[in-house]
Design a protein around this ligand. Structure first.
Ligand SMILES: *Cc1c(COP(=O)(O)O)cnc(C)c1O
Length: 519
């Protein structure tokens, strides 16, 4: 095999010298700043296959007259660029990432191996069912497995993430009520809910009705009763809720909402707590979205692709997005075949193709590797780890709802704020210096100076001990050191304390490759 050596492209006239060591620089140049005309990555020499004649394939008016101004970098510079960037990040592969509500568990590499299989990764989404039987079989198996886990009748795999699943669920809710002849206008949400819930309700064309939490951190049943009427399309619940607590009155809530003809929507982004233990379907829910990128091992947090399948009860199946993959049992020699079909009263597509399918492949690999017992163990250890942290830190931080939690625990640092002016944000930044990612802060909104810790099942007792010690050390410093010393953190990270609002206020939405109007 002969390669083209990409390293010696001609230097750009007057181009910046970019060969000086870059590690340790404050800012990493963009690929365009590293660009030199003619530099290329390693690739095969031409194979002898005649080149396609573009003019024959495309109408002349659609053919570019000039090439796209892309960065021209050698493979060596490209790899170094991304490796340097990766050294400036915290990641699930680097250490504990106790970011509550996000389930930043370690993602087993076997899932990557499966998602990289050429037979899965190399298929074009427009390939016909006759050529993609394996993919359809995989998708049907994912759907059936998720339905078994949640106790639902069928699922759509199209939604690209949790929020997209929520919108899908609300559109299903709307379609169902419309078919009953009464569109309805309101959707109930507890005040502890994830921010995407009210946003999705509004996007779905409904009015948000908020119910407060009671002293236990659960839905206030009296408040719920006072807002239930025949104009309520449904309720959106997270269970365990975002305080990490199981809604004890779930059966009563389900009965009350169903009584006025409303539907129950389960925000299952955090399914980690209940896998193999209880099922939303058995609790009376009609619609459940899952975040495969949280519970079922897909790296996320950096904007990578997610998947938010939505599973529904029997009565909503005819409205599911299409096309859906389906098994047909009358294949030759008893072998099933697979095809696409669109349900009769489908709400339409929620994705231009079939969803983020490689995330589905990853999730199936994760489920099969764990097996039913394994998934139950995931939930049990996730809950055990969160309760260990709660017990251990309850003398150090306030625990606003101090009872058994599920997969995450919400602490409050309001005592440190009152006594020393140290905020939850300062604690989060200081924790970065100790080699841990920060917990979620200031969420849920109903807890003052909230620190929401989700250790996940993948961390060892030794790691939990180290995390607890780090937080104890920080609380000690907050009490013992002069006020203000904490606001300097983090001191040992590639980027110090960032201005939280600046990126949003001084947006630079595009980088001009020709350098004409660089900000
Ligand atoms: C993460 C999360 C969501 C939103 O999921 P995305 O994939 O980020 O859109 C919704 N609800 C809860 C409870 C979550 O934790």
């Amino acid at each position: 095999m002969t390669g083209t050596n990409p390293l010696n492209g001609p230097a750009a006239p007057g181009g910046k010298a970019t060969s000086a060591p870059l590690l340790g620089r404050d800012t990493e140049p963009t690929l365009f700043e590293l660009s030199h005309p003619g530099r290329r990555a390693w690739s095969f020499r031409t194979t002898g296959i005649p080149e396609l004649n573009i003019e024959e394939l495309l109408p002349a008016e659609h053919v570019r007259s000039e090439p796209v101004p892309l960065a021209e970098v050698s493979e060596r510079d490209l790899v170094a660029h991304f490796t340097r960037l990766s050294h400036r990040q915290f990641s699930v592969d680097l250490g504990a990432y106790p970011l509550g509500s996000c389930t930043m568990k370690y993602n087993p590499k076997v899932c990557d191996a499966v998602a990289a299989l050429p037979g899965l990764a190399g298929v074009h989404p427009a390939a016909p069912a006759s050529l993609t039987q394996g993919w359809l079989a995989l998708m049907v198996e994912v759907e059936e497995t998720l339905c078994e886990i949640t106790g639902m009748a069928a699922a759509t795999l199209q939604p690209a993430a949790g929020a997209s699943g929520e919108l899908t669920g609300l559109l299903l809710m709307r379609a169902w009520h419309q078919a009953q002849g009464a569109p309805r206008h309101k959707v109930i949400i507890p005040d502890s809910s994830h921010g995407t819930n009210p946003a999705s309700v509004t996007l779905g064309g409904y009015e948000v009705v908020t119910v407060p939490s009671d002293a236990r951190g659960c839905v206030d049943m009296e408040a719920l009763a006072s807002v239930l009427d025949e104009d309520v399309a449904g309720i959106m619940l997270t269970n365990p809720n975002t305080l990490g607590l199981f809604e004890e009155d779930i059966a009563e809530i389900a009965a009350a909402v169903h009584k006025v003809g409303g539907l129950l929507y389960y925000d299952g982004a955090n399914l980690n707590a209940i896998l193999g233990v209880v099922r939303p379907g058995d609790m009376g829910f009609d619609i459940v979205h899952m975040n495969l990128h949280k519970t079922f091992a897909t790296p996320h947090g950096g904007g990578g692709p997610g998947a938010g399948p939505v599973a529904v009860s029997e009565r909503l199946v005819p409205y599911l997005p299409g096309p859906r993959p389906e098994r047909v049992e009358d294949g030759a020699e008893g072998k099933p075949t697979y095809r696409w079909f669109t349900p009769e009263r489908s709400i339409g597509r929620m994705h231009s193709w079939h969803g983020n399918t490689l995330v589905l492949a990853r999730a199936l690999a994760y489920i099969l590797v764990n097996g039913g017992d394994g998934l139950q163990k995931v939930a049990e250890i996730a809950v055990l780890n969160a309760n260990w942290i709660r017990q251990r830190l309850s003398g150090t931080f306030d625990v606003p709802f101090d009872r058994q939690c599920m997969h995450e625990v919400v602490l409050s640092s309001r005592n440190l704020k009152q006594a020393h002016g140290v905020r939850a944000l300062d604690i989060a930044k200081r924790l970065l210096e100790e080699g841990f990612h920060s917990p979620t802060v200031y969420f849920p909104l109903i807890v003052e100076e909230a620190l929401m810790i989700e250790p996940t099942e993948t961390e060892s007792p030794q790691t939990l001990e180290a995390l607890a010690q780090a937080l104890e050390q920080i609380a000690y410093e907050a009490n013992a050191l002069p006020t203000g010393s904490m606001t300097e953190a983090p001191r040992n990270t590639p980027v110090r304390r960032v201005d939280e609002a600046r990126a949003a206020r001084t947006l630079i939405p595009t980088f001009d490759a020709r350098g004409e109007k660089q900000a």
